[in-house]
Design a binder for this molecule. Structure first.
Ligand code: AMP
Length: 114
């Protein structure tokens, strides 16, 4: 996989507002937030997107989702609600090809998205 913007964030080559990190996961505020809370959760492993994930990534992806849920709860959005999204390839609206989970909260989110 070619180097991406998010790989540079993991390596601290470009700045990001990091809100969570462990050995395998990094989370940082989206630079163009679509909701009052908009955080991207990424695996440090360079997986292109969900379509490129394999069975061995299952535990990592489970922990990624649970890290987002824990952060949403920590920030006080669990009761009010929030949305987690994996944009995948062109029709999914993916622009950065390093798998990421969008956590959006703090406003009423429409369904279906436009
Ligand atoms: P996607 O369109 O699903 O691939 O999402 C990529 C997201 O990355 C978009 O919501 C962008 O606003 C966000 N983004 C792009 N560059 C940066 C950056 N340097 N720091 C934080 N978020 C970024």
């Amino acid at each position: 996989m070619s180097d991406t913007l998010f790989a540079k964030i993991i390596r601290r080559e470009i700045p990001a507002d990091i809100v969570y990190e462990d050995d395998d996961i990094l989370a940082f505020r989206d630079i163009a937030p679509k909701a009052p809370l908009h955080v991207l959760f990424i695996p440090k492993k360079p997986i292109r997107n969900l379509d490129a994930a394999v069975a061995d990534d299952g535990e990592l992806l489970g922990r990624l989702v649970l890290a987002a849920a824990a952060y949403a709860r920590q920030e006080g959005f669990a009761e009010q609600g929030y949305r987690c999204v994996f944009n995948t390839n062109a029709d999914g609206g993916q622009t950065v090809f390093h798998l990421h989970l969008h956590l959006l909260a703090g406003r009423s989110l429409h369904w279906p998205p436009g």
